[in-house]
Design a binder for this molecule. Structure first.
Ligand code: DGL
Length: 271
């Protein structure tokens, strides 16, 4: 069991930020990452559609006989985690919303927390529920920032366009005296826009994302179940449902390491 891989999926390349955090914390683990690039974005689609896609992605990953599934997509975690957990029990299924909420609660001094995410994540309110479950007195404001996804994919993570977009989305949220002291980057794509987001939110706001806390949760589950891999590190395997070359090129930025096009297998996961 300990030699089995950890299966990770996202709507595209954004979840590679989570995969990178897992690889960093658990370098001996084998990772299989699926990006559903053919059907990205998930963030603008209905909960039913995203759940259907998430079920198909997880089913496709079962051929690798994983020891755990990580939903590295905030939108899919927000809507599909209960369905996947029930469908694959006792296989652990980990989402990124609860770890992100935990990071926010730990970081916030006064309990005023802002969450920025896709439309789908904001609409479902999963972050608000997860934060309140951990700290009932917290005040949580949410805002959908869909353009950040395109900016990140395009590689426009700094400069005028990124700064103006961040200002437009965020300035009013942080202008008030009782403004949030913590900002959750509740979307896989947002960590690469930390610079402009920090400028727009103001220097004192603490930015948190789910990547490191999700990796910590994965570590905890493996430790508890005694299924950590100790054999020497194996290279990650990547699957994409469309355009492997683009996955490798854009994905390298999110993964923080070069992904070669021939490392990415084109796969069809629709039924
Ligand atoms: N992976 C999505 C998320 O974290 C962002 C991209 C998309 O909309 O599919 O919510």
């Amino acid at each position: 069991m300990s030699d089995a891989p950890i299966a990770i999926f996202d709507s595209g390349v954004g979840g590679l930020t989570v995969a990178a955090a897992i690889a960093k914390r658990l370098p001996n683990e084998r990772l299989v990452y699926l990006g559903d690039t053919a059907r990205l974005p998930y963030g603008t689609k209905s909960a039913d559609t995203v759940t259907r896609y998430a079920v198909q992605a997880t089913r496709a990953l079962m051929r690798f006989e994983p020891k755990m599934v990580v939903i590295a997509c905030n939108t899919a975690s927000a809507v599909a985690l209960p369905v996947l957990t029930a469908a694959y029990a006792p296989l652990p299924v980990v989402g990124v919303v609860e770890p992100g909420a935990r990071a926010a609660v730990d970081a916030s001094r006064g309990g005023a927390i802002a969450v920025i995410a896709t439309e789908g994540t904001v609409k479902g309110g999963a972050y608000v529920r997860a934060i309140h479950a951990l700290k009932p007195t917290a005040t949580v404001v949410q805002r959908a920032c869909p353009l950040f996804v395109s900016l990140a994919e395009e590689g426009w993570t700094e400069g005028q366009v990124a700064d103006l977009t961040a200002e437009r989305y965020l300035t009013d949220l942080f202008a008030a005296e009782d403004a949030p002291d913590t900002l959750v980057l509740g979307c896989t794509h947002f960590p690469v826009l930390r610079g402009p987001i920090t400028k727009a939110a103001g220097g004192t706001v603490r930015l948190v994302d789910s990547a490191a806390t999700t990796a910590k949760e994965v570590d905890r589950i493996l430790e508890t179940s005694g299924t950590k891999r100790t054999a020497s590190p194996a290279p990650p395997k990547f699957l994409a449902t469309d355009a492997p070359e683009r996955f490798a090129r854009v994905g390298s930025r999110f993964f923080g390491a070069e992904i070669a096009p021939d490392q990415v297998e084109l796969t069809d996961i629709a039924p």
